[in-house]
Design a protein around this ligand. Structure first.
Ligand SMILES: Nc1ncnc2c1ncn2[C@@H]1O[C@H](COP(=O)(O)OP(=O)(O)OP(=O)(O)O)[C@@H](O)[C@H]1O
Length: 367
């Protein structure tokens, strides 16, 4: 009898996949069971604090660092496990790092053509095509010292793209650029990489950069991926307190669950799934706390959506540009609460105000 095979499309095969990558240095695990998939034309950001193992992961995929365990696949084929290893230069993986180091003695054209050595392509044509893409056709004969930081970055991108890499690994490639320049270059780079259908793995420790660039974020901590998903999902459904705190300041209300309810000075919080006696932390971002006026010592009326208001006294108020940051010392425990309010809101220190916590904006975790 003929065996039926499942319908299978090359579209379903990740361009880049890692399975359980591990690496230790001097007996210390710095990368632990990192499994990732990046589809063609997709950008995945490895996001995490300094030292969490992002660059080591990238270096193993590039082939300049050897893993202790796990495997790396490109288009469904193993290119490296603990026994078999394709050398870095044959992986067709492009690299872009913060110190992109153009060759100072070579012209823009020669820098871009450098990536084409040994390939059967017409270098003049490919260089011309790439410089047009990055908007630097008029700088073809210039030398790196004659270019701005942003222009140099674009040459580095053209050089990395020249051999048509299937995968681009980028390690904080934009952090050397000033803020205003960075946004433009980031967007342009993304557009070009998507148009070339390149799978991109980008390392960053900046949540804003990850939110801006990524189709998917892999949040890393202590060598492990703790959460993976679309930026919206990571922001809206964080796995733990640290995942919330990575994207913004946080306020924490501590309580103990009784009958699926955590009583707090802000009213009761419904805690399904938490057992009686569980200590919980209710976490809320500063932009989601609501502020109400004192109304002669009486705060706003309690509601189901916002619970009861708790009174605090302003200790500090700062205008931050598009919003104001106000700090409160809370009456019930003297703890500090941070609240951001759009536009200009600068109450005087000492002024009493009332804070409420929208129930649909807070996260409840076991303490
Ligand atoms: N060759 C090495 N020898 C020993 N320890 C190393 C080596 N390379 C990296 N480490 C250690 O491994 C850990 C992870 O480093 P890695 O560079 O991967 O982190 P990272 O998340 O990229 O940090 P950053 O954002 O600061 O670059 C760090 O504690 C680092 O000191």
């Amino acid at each position: 009898m003929q065996q039926q095979t499942a319908p299978f499309s090359s579209k379903d095969v990740p361009r880049l996949e890692t399975r359980d990558l591990c690496r230790s240095f001097e007996g210390r695990r710095v990368v632990e069971n990192v499994s990732l998939k990046v589809m063609p034309g997709q950008v995945t950001c490895l996001l995490g604090p300094s030292g969490c193992g992002k660059s080591t992961t990238l270096r193993m995929i590039a082939g300049v660092e050897m893993q202790d365990g796990g495997e790396i696949l490109v288009d469904g084929q193993v290119i490296c496990d603990t026994i078999f290893r394709i050398p870095p230069e044959r992986r067709r993986i492009g690299l872009m790092f913060q110190d992109f180091a153009l060759f100072p003695h070579l012209s823009v054209a020669a820098n871009v053509a450098f990536g084409l050595k040994g390939l059967k392509v017409d270098p003049r044509r490919r260089v011309g095509e790439l410089l047009e893409k990055v908007g630097l056709s008029d700088k073809i004969d210039a030398y790196p010292h004659e270019l701005s930081g942003g222009e140099q970055q674009r040459v580095a991108l053209a050089r990395a793209l020249a051999p048509r890499p299937r995968i681009m690994l980028m390690d904080e490639p934009f952090s050397g650029l000033d803020n205003r320049l960075r946004d433009g270059i980031r967007d342009e780079t993304l557009e070009i990489l998507k148009a070339e259908d390149t799978a991109v793995l980008l390392v960053t420790h900046e949540p804003e950069e990850a939110m801006r660039m990524a189709d998917e974020i892999a949040l890393m901590r202590g060598g492990r991926i703790v959460q993976q998903g679309a930026p919206y999902n990571i922001y809206k459904s964080p796995v733990d307190k640290a995942a919330v705190a990575f994207f913004s300041d946080i306020n924490i209300i501590r309580a103990r669950v009784q009958g699926a309810i955590a009583p707090t000075p802000f009213g009761p919080f419904f805690c399904p799934g938490h057992a009686d006696g569980d200590h919980v932390e209710i976490v809320i971002r500063p932009q989601h706390v609501r502020v109400d006026f004192d109304r002669g010592g009486r705060g706003p009326n309690p509601t189901i959506e916002h619970g009861t208001a708790a009174r605090g006294v302003v200790t500090r108020a700062r205008f931050m540009g598009s919003e104001s940051l106000v700090e409160f010392a809370m009456d019930h425990d003297g703890g500090i609460f941070r609240v951001t309010v759009p536009n200009i809101f600068l109450p005087q220190p000492g002024q009493p105000l009332w804070l409420t916590i929208p129930r649909d904006r807070c996260f409840i975790f076991n303490a």
